[in-house]
Design a protein around this ligand. Sequence first.
Ligand code: SF4
Length: 502
Amino acid sequence: MPFITASKLYDYIQCPHRVWRDAHGPQEEKNPESNPFVELLWEKGVKHEEKIISQLGEYLDLCDGSHEERFARTTEAMKKKEPLIYQGVLIHENMLGIPDLLKKLPDDTYMPIDIKSGMGFEGADEEEGEEGKPKKHYAVQLCLYDDLLKRLGFCTHNSVQVIDIHGKTVEYDLTALMGPRSKKTWWEYYEEVKKYVDFLLKDQHRNKPASASICKLCPWYNSCKKWCEETKDLTNVFYLGRSNRDRINEDLLIENLDEFIGLDVAEVMKQKEEEKKAGNTEFLYRLGEDSLSKALRRAIILRQTKKPVAYGTMDFPQVSHELFFDIEDDPTQDFVYLHGVYERAGKNERFVHFTATELSEEEEKRVWQEFWNYIASLPKDDFAVYYYSHHEETTYKRLQKRYSDVISAEAVEQFFDHPHVIDLYSTVQKKTDWPVGSYSLKALATYLGFSWRDETPSGALSIQWFNAYLESKDESILKRLLEYNEDDCKATMVLKDALENL
Ligand code: SF4
């Protein structure tokens, strides 16, 4: 029987189905190749860990050997009161944990510490002076180590530590509530996750796959997608989501899209009201008339109409220059390396790009400045900018804080607030529906017949190419990266034209 490990708890938090599929799913359908972005994250994590470890001073390294050998040496080391242990192994019954560090405390007990290549807290707001709260997946993994230490008799505390991306040590209190409105402590949440992981590993509980955005990074992507298509699962409907699917399955006994299409929303709302009066507030929890009607509309378009639908007209600015704009950035290094624009001026079209060729603040600033110089060179109030998703705006606001001498915060604000600067994703979401399960630019442009020159286009690969280019300076890699960005910009143009024609 496989052990409950920190990575299984992590997988469960990412996708509740993953643990079951890894243990009992059709193994021949699992992609043996790891996702390039996941690999990149892993490599960065390893490098960060090596850097932190090199600054630690003396410690006992227990990296080598089988789990059993390392467990024996870890317990022996703790009995001998070793001050700091790296990569020790903790095993108890069906649980196994490998905390990055085990630190001896003044009372001779041990505290687990994990080295993470992300921020220690999430939701921090420097301006408001808010520190943020522990990250769910970090907290749960550290709970496992703390649990193991307690069971083995080497710990009595409820505090654990994370050394984050900046080398800062942050402490988590595992008995604290998960958030201001939560009734659960981190420890209670961990117990709950652990219980489900245990059931799934033993095949005592099964849950369903889903079609979700996280799936793109998962080796089961094709396998689960096939399942969702074959079973006509409700998560094929854009934005319906796994938890709403489960609720509809359970409360309405509706299992697939064909059954869902026959739903009488008004009748269901009456039923929900009656359940509520009878004290059942869980019935279709968080599913109101609006969200059900929207999902139903999308299901009908997906299964029956099979054509995009526009709700109302879309008036786009009539200007001499149209810019279709897309940026590429590496979130693992918080670095924006490419600002791409496909420019259409009447019959003239061209791709303009501002690309960093080094990983440095000067270079990031230089290309951003060039982008704004280009914008300033356009005929005033006679151009429109189209982009897809909020990402460009939030990234530019972040860049403005970093390079405030390039452009003022007000100017960036005014740029994105201008009626000629349009987030097409917002237009798509508010004013249209499509016979596809995802409203990503790739899904919609592909539906419209557009194809990328690259066989495996993805933002994750673009990051990998950029990092490979930095190391090798191989111009063919840069070319591939630029073609990918140009095609993304062109896809935005194809979508804008299609929206206008709808
Ligand atoms: S493909 Fe999606 S549903 Fe399937 S295991 Fe992976 S993340 Fe979960």
